[in-house]
Write a protein of this length. Structure first.
Lengths: 507, 188
């Protein structure tokens, strides 16, 4: 760890896509040169065009390219880089990579390998956090003596889950809402666990009902200081992946907000955290919150915190690695301003299980306007392949308050044009325009509670008739038409009833 | 002058649109590419009785300018091969040209009898055999793509006419997997 000023002149970007673009932009803003590694598929991708140098590392699949530690590090050493920025995903939370980078004489833009290891395993992180007085979801192991079970249940609190130690896939799991059901549920779970895993050991864990996912952005320097940059609510998820994130979290009292943020800061301090990181919490309906996990890297949704705190987090990561302190960077006095909401634009089919889509971006136009920010790693003409994450862009809006941010984001999404690849664009708009979202009533079951089935009748409004008219008018004369996989359901399956013609000569 | 009925399907919701050419003395002129642009005017009749006067005012390679009941708007589009991709207000749609012979083989208003791979992937399991009866929504083939397992289901009730793949096959997007024969409609 560097704790006196040692400037960085050249950074290896060990990633691709929008986050690579983001890191290269931060480098440029600081006058630092950037070098990017590129797989065969990414040689002409946007990051490769923007970086000062490109080192082809071959391969296409991540295992043959961005996950090849030796090649990535050799690229950094060979081009005389001082530091490596891992982005998110790929090698970003790989302690072995962080060690290898350091061993090669480069600085790793992230926390120490020890901290990455301590926080990497959920169970280990949980014990570590419990020791630091960070609340974890209450739970306890169960012995054979059923006399103790009721007492254990009372301590954990209801509703609770009986879970198999060796478990997975919901087997050996039981939800218990009343103390009177506990013993029978434990016995049933033990039988099931024994049959499924050959191990009847079960434990109790509090069941959180429709919890919110609230996380805190933290930043530590090499001088022992940690600050938080406010919280984010990332409750709106599909398939356990976030699609809409915002800061600050709606409907939180200032007192609770401060308690959550300060707890996260203490958690980071407890492990000697350096760099940017995120402490994820689950917030119960009654205001209780619990440690979920810590992500020892920059997160996808960092833009909302940047907009609200007025901080460039990638620049901050680099300055921390140069040995600068929180106060050097003026980050000890952060004042949150306004509200920011981010929507993740994915190549996927929201009407069919959010199945990832591939194809060519025949036309991709991003919105502009006051308070609108777009982070993307692709342009018109690029292909969306199945080798990498299907995220096309992050579109973020900042406003004086939540509703202004929300309306700006809706407008920005309406102005976004993606042709050639099915996306979740309309789905995102429908989430943002849903009354429950507008009221800030978000929780991790939002999609299941409010967005199923999708699309709801009539949501496409006016667009339907316009798109229908365009199709009829454009192709009307002599062809039978059928639409497939359209996002716009009402016009998604076009069919003519029998052969037809319109004007013109008969066939 | 022939009327044309288009059907729009939204899950279970089906909307019908009838396109009625408006006599303009030119019989609906077609330009060189066979598309309807220029001085073509149509009236669209929606199932709910509402009517729209449609005019394609103009177009370039990625924008169509329409007049609908006197209001002018732009729809972004790109045409590639048999597909036309469109977008307005964040709503996307894809329209596909069908081969002529498809028209004849398709039942009235029926869905595509050929179940196709939605994306490149691997066939994990074929869940039906030739001759099997299937109900709407029955799983036919389980494929793996992007590390996700997906069951492709029957869009309508019928029998399995033929199976084109077997477990372990790698398939390209749009590859035919299973062909269904729809149930015969009762007369009348």
């Amino acid at each position: 760890m560097v704790n006196e000023f040692q400037p960085i002149g050249r950074i290896l970007v060990a990633n691709r896509g929008e986050i690579a673009v983001r890191i290269i932009r931060a480098c440029r803003a600081m006058g630092i040169e950037s070098v990017i590694v590129a797989s065969d598929a990414d040689l002409d991708a946007l990051p490769s065009l923007m970086a000062d140098q490109v080192v082809p590392i071959g391969g296409t699949a991540p295992g043959e390219s961005y996950l090849m530690m030796d090649k990535v590090i050799a690229a950094g050493v060979g081009t005389g880089c001082d530091a490596v920025h891992p982005g998110y995903g790929f090698l970003a939370e790989n302690a072995g990579f962080a060690r290898a980078v350091a061993a090669a004489g480069l600085r790793f833009l992230g926390p120490s390998p020890e901290v990455m290891e301590a926080m990497g395993l959920k169970t280990r992180a949980r014990d570590r956090m419990a020791k630091a007085n960070v609340p974890v979801v209450p739970g306890c192991m169960l012995g054979d003596d059923s006399d103790h079970w009721v007492k254990a249940g009372k301590e954990v609190g209801f509703p609770l889950l009986v879970k198999a130690s060796a478990g997975g896939g919901g087997k050996g799991m039981r939800a218990v809402h009343q103390p009177t059901q506990l013993v029978a549920a434990i016995e049933a779970a033990q039988r099931e666990a024994s049959a499924a895993f050959g191990d009847a050991t079960v434990y109790l864990e509090r069941l959180l009902v429709q919890p919110r996912h609230v996380e805190v952005q933290i930043l530590g320097d090499t001088h022992g200081n940690v600050v938080h940059l406010g919280e984010r609510d990332c409750s709106v998820q599909r398939r356990h992946q976030k699609i809409i994130e915002e800061s600050p979290a709606p409907r939180l009292s200032d007192e609770l907000r401060q308690r959550i943020c300060e707890t996260a800061r203490q958690a980071a301090l407890a492990v000697g955290y350096v760099g940017a990181g995120t402490v994820e919490m689950l917030l119960d309906a009654n205001g209780e919150f619990f440690f979920l996990e810590m992500n020892t890297r920059l997160q996808v949704e960092h833009p909302v915190s940047e907009l609200v705190s007025g901080t460039d987090l990638v620049v901050a990561q680099i300055r921390v690695a140069q040995g600068e302190s929180i106060s050097d960077m003026g980050l000890d006095q952060i004042e949150a301003r306004g509200h920011a909401i981010e929507a993740r634009l994915y190549a996927e089919d929201p009407a069919h299980g959010f199945l990832p889509q591939a194809g060519d971006l025949l036309l991709f136009e991003v919105p502009v306007g006051p308070g609108v920010r777009v982070d993307s790693g692709v342009r018109s003409g690029d292909a969306v392949t199945l080798h990498y994450d299907p995220m096309i862009a992050k579109i973020t809006a900042h406003g004086e308050d939540r509703d202004q941010a929300r309306r700006r984001l809706v407008q920005a999404l309406r102005e976004t044009v993606v042709l050639g690849v099915q996306t979740n664009l309309a789905y995102l708009i429908d989430v943002l325009e849903h009354d429950a979202f507008a009221d800030g009533l978000v929780h991790t079951g939002f999609v299941e509670s409010h967005m199923t089935p999708w699309p709801a009748e009539g949501v496409n409004g006016d667009a339907t008739i316009w798109l229908a008219a365009a199709a009829v008018g454009f192709m009307g004369s002599s062809t039978t038409v059928r639409s497939n996989a359209g996002d716009l359901r009402p016009t998604s399956l076009w069919e003519s009833l029998g052969p037809h013609r319109m004007g013109g000569a008969a066939q | 002058m022939k009327r044309t009925l288009f059907r729009l399907q939204c899950g279970k919701l089906i909307e019908s649109l009838e396109a009625v050419p408006v006599a303009d003395g030119n019989g609906g002129a077609r330009n060189k590419t066979g598309d309807n642009t220029g001085n073509n005017t149509l009236q669209l009749h929606r199932a709910d009785g509402s009517r729209f006067d449609l005019q394609i005012v103009g177009r370039d390679h990625d924008t169509l300018v329409l007049m609908l009941n006197g209001v002018r708007r732009r729809v972004r589009y790109v045409r590639r091969g048999r597909h036309m991709y469109m977008s307005l207000d964040g709503r996307q749609a894809v329209v596909e040209w069908l081969e002529d012979h498809d028209q004849d083989s398709r039942g009235q208003g029926s869905s595509d009898p050929v179940v196709r791979a939605p994306m490149p992937g691997k066939v994990l399991e074929v869940l039906v055999a030739t001759g099997d009866s299937v109900a709407e929504g029955d799983p036919l083939v389980r494929v793996e793509a992007m590390k996700m397992e997906v069951d492709l289901t029957a869009e309508f009730a019928g029998t399995v006419d033929s199976v084109h793949v077997s477990a372990g096959d790698l398939v390209d997007p749009d590859a035919a997997l299973v062909t269904l024969a729809p149930l015969e409609k009762a007369p009348g």
